[in-house]
Design a protein. Structure first.
Length: 132
């Protein structure tokens, strides 16, 4: 299931773009953050991402090897519509994720936990998450 747009999508995107973080170089502090999250949670994948129009962009990642993916397959695109923290013990049992190609098959993600990153005005702009 493709993520729905945030009720304040235009304002959310304006705020995200105001930060000027999209498509910037990797930074050691962000890289260390995902390394620590992955180690603490014993999860092979961890990312700091920002949900842009049509894509999720990874400021830092462990275990993916890419800097962005389409919003159509974004688990985090769903999560920014929820509370501050979302844990999905089995993605195949969650109607939002059950048909997601990233979750299907033997190599698909089954576990997801993410904390929403909010701008100063409270709008969600991304997540820090771990996947297994």
């Amino acid at each position: 299931m493709k993520p729905s747009l945030h009720p304040q999508e235009e304002a959310r995107l304006r705020e995200l773009h105001r930060y000027g973080i999209l498509d910037t170089e990797r930074e050691r502090d962000f890289d260390e953050l995902v390394e620590i999250a992955s180690a603490i949670c014993e999860a092979p994948v961890s990312v700091v991402n920002f949900i842009d129009e049509g894509r999720q962009w990874f400021k830092a990642e462990v275990g993916l090897g890419v800097r962005s993916t389409p919003i159509d397959t974004s688990l985090c695109g769903h999560v920014i519509l929820e509370g501050d923290f979302v844990e999905i013990p089995d993605t195949l049992q969650d109607e939002r994720m059950a048909d997601n190609p990233l979750c299907m098959g033997d190599e698909g993600f089954r576990f997801y936990a993410g904390a929403v990153l909010r701008a100063a005005n409270g709008l969600p702009i991304g997540t820090l998450c771990v996947l297994d």
